[in-house]
Write a protein that binds this ligand. Structure first.
Ligand SMILES: C[S@@+](CC[C@H](N)C(=O)[O-])C[C@H]1O[C@@H](n2cnc3c(N)ncnc32)[C@H](O)[C@@H]1O
Length: 437
């Protein structure tokens, strides 16, 4: 007898951009399905209370469904939301932020900030491409992983990488095929700067003279600079050409130029970064002579714009290499006099360690996905800042930390909003402002 496929109606979108439906008491998370759609699906993971699935047939289509621009969208794991209109993606991310704040944080912002969004294609200036020579296919693949897989997608192009880098994907694959180290080159890291495009080759075996000649030829032909990394991050060094301009991004609103090394953390989307830093600074409203802390400061992306106001800024960061870079960048921009940077593990901080830094008028906090729970728990009345601007790449940890700030530490959540830093992916970048009444 023919098996009847279940038909479900999608009720919402989850954090990963999957459609959420219910069937026979189970929650079904369906990739490729949109709110309001009636779909059939095929499950690839079945648990007692939920199933993970991919959409099979769309019986009633959402008016927000669009044709994905990328030919590899169904296969490639680099994007998950190209089938949803770009403005609707932003609205979905805003809903995810509000839901998280309400459900996990039990807080409601007094104001929802208008979303910030920009160019949705060719925006990704930082990327980690995987490389694999696949004997069965008789060729090298260079690209992102396939959805839910450790295989590398066979992709000829990419719509979210800058067009020049996207056009190099098949050429890099051909280049790898000619190298003696073709099986010893698992990754290429991309860093597109204002004056140079850097490709860092992770190589596990020394290049032969013939390999070196091929790489130099490629770099000259396509105007890229190759760097190599043989072991840990300290082994990253430029290979060719050695006289290329420095890798930089800039923030003209604040008269700031930021040099960086290609494996150091920088925001992936520099146009959105400018808008994000601008918004964060307006919300923080730093003033001359104020004492301000920038936690998880990286290379000083927020610290230096804050310092332009004349405030005294302390940047705190876990990576000693980034602390050094931030100090160099402060000097590069003439801001050494009112900035200071310290290395500190902020996941292990406590009241005593934080009190030792003294009281600041305002905080900027921009943690990794795990959030900054130890930091917010360590706030005591003696050192509590009057204002905290919290930038987050994970609404769930922002919501968890917001709960402590509002319900334990007595802050008000004045405003929150999203920034579409990663269009067509499910990543949600957001910002929230907390003040002491
Ligand atoms: C989202 S990035 C933000 C960096 C910077 N604010 C920017 O905009 O470029 C998070 C930063 O937290 C740092 N970090 C990660 N774990 C940390 C820890 N346990 N303690 C302190 N800093 C940490 C990372 O090195 C990274 O620079």
């Amino acid at each position: 007898m023919e098996k009847i496929e279940p038909v479900v109606t999608i009720e919402s979108l989850d954090q990963e951009g999957r459609g959420v439906a219910h069937h026979e008491g189970k929650v079904i998370f369906i990739e490729g399905a949109l709110i309001g759609e009636r779909v059939t699906y095929s499950s690839y993971r079945k648990k007692p209370s939920f199933e993970n699935a991919v959409v099979q047939r769309v019986l009633k289509q959402s008016y927000m469904r669009v044709q994905p621009k990328c030919a590899h969208f169904d296969l490639c794991g680099g994007c998950s939301m190209q089938h949803l209109d770009a403005r609707a993606q932003v609205a979905a991310k805003q809903r995810i932020l509000e839901d998280n704040l309400q459900r996990i944080g039990k807080v409601r912002p007094e104001t929802i900030l208008a979303p910030i969004y920009g160019e949705t294609w060719g925006y990704r200036q930082r990327a980690r491409l995987s490389v694999r020579h696949v004997l069965k296919k008789g060729k090298t693949l260079v690209g992102f992983h396939e959805k839910r897989s450790s295989f590398i997608a066979d992709m000829q192009h990419c719509e979210i990488l800058p067009p020049k880098i996207a056009s190099l994907l098949p050429l890099l694959a051909q280049l790898n095929e000619q190298l003696s180290v073709r099986d010893q080159l698992p990754q290429i890291e991309v860093a597109v700067g204002e004056h140079v495009d850097v490709l860092v080759l992770r190589i596990l075996q020394a290049l032969s003279p013939a390999d070196e000649a091929l790489l130099k030829q490629f770099a000259d032909a396509h105007q890229v600079q190759f760097w190599t990394q043989t072991k840990g991050p300290e082994t990253v060094k430029p290979f060719y050409p050695l006289d290329a301009p420095a890798l930089t991004y800039s923030m003209p609103e604040f008269g700031i130029e930021m040099p960086y090394a290609p494996t150091e953390f920088t925001q992936v989307n520099s146009a959105m970064n400018r808008l994000m830093v601008g918004r964060a600074l307006r919300l923080l409203a730093p003033k001359s002579k104020e004492r301000i802390a920038d936690f998880f400061c990286g290379l000083g992306n927020f610290t230096l714009p804050i310092a332009r106001s004349g405030a005294q800024v302390l940047g705190i960061e876990g990576s000693a290499a980034l602390v050094k870079r931030a100090e160099q960048n402060a000097a590069h921009n003439g801001l050494s006099a009112n900035t200071k940077f310290e290395a500190m593990n902020l996941f292990e901080t406590d009241e005593k360690a934080l009190a030792a830094k003294g009281r600041f008028d305002k905080w900027l906090v921009d943690p990794p996905r795990d959030g900054g729970i130890e930091l917010v728990k360590a706030i005591t009345p003696e050192i509590a800042p009057q204002r905290i601007v919290y930038v987050s790449c994970n609404p769930a940890t922002l919501a968890r930390d917001a709960e402590v700030l509002v319900n334990v530490k007595g802050y008000r959540i004045k405003a929150a909003g999203v920034m579409n830093m990663f269009p067509h992916t499910s990543h949600v970048e957001s910002i929230a402002v907390f003040t002491k009444p």
